[in-house]
Design a protein around this ligand. Structure first.
Ligand code: DQA
Length: 149
């Protein structure tokens, strides 16, 4: 069984993008961390990034099918700025019975007001903000916990 870790727009720039807010870890560093955690839990990792909303939608639908078929336990999703704009992503998450953990590297509530609202939080199984890359690890562990209960 796999764990989907999906990343949205601009997260490919991690490492050089506003390091005061996002730290210096690259997305490849976060993938390495996720791979270790997933491996230790006995699952496989499907780690992806896209700057395109429709591609993220397709991947969430794919993850939903994989959960139904027993091939996946759910999604850790950092949707980047689409978090604050995308009704379509919220509809995708609520349209499939996939547990989705919403993750943000930064504490969005300590930042600009437009980052305080998430279209995704009401339909996510849980939300993790402000813990940097550790948030991804916490999200993966939460999915494993949900899969057991
Ligand atoms: C982010 C927070 C978003 O507000 C922002 O648009 C991002 C990254 C985070 O991980 O902290 O792109 O999702």
């Amino acid at each position: 069984q796999s764990v989907y870790v999906l990343n949205g727009p601009n997260l490919n720039l991690l490492g050089t993008r506003d390091p005061g807010t996002y730290g210096t870890q690259t997305l490849a560093d976060i993938e390495t961390l996720c791979a270790q955690v997933v491996d230790n839990l006995g699952f496989q990792l499907d780690f992806r990034q896209s700057n395109h909303e429709g591609e993220l939608l397709d991947w969430i639908h794919e993850a939903g099918r994989a959960v139904i078929s027993g091939d996946s336990i759910g999604v850790v999703l950092n949707a980047g700025a689409y978090t604050h704009t995308s009704v379509a992503l919220a509809d995708a998450i609520s349209g499939i019975s996939v547990p989705t953990i919403e993750v943000h590297i930064s504490n969005v509530h300590a930042r600009e007001t437009f980052r305080h609202h998430s279209y995704l939080s009401p339909v996510a199984a849980g939300v993790i903000v402000g813990l940097g890359a550790h948030g991804y690890e916490a999200g993966i562990r939460a999915l494993a916990h949900l899969a057991q209960s």
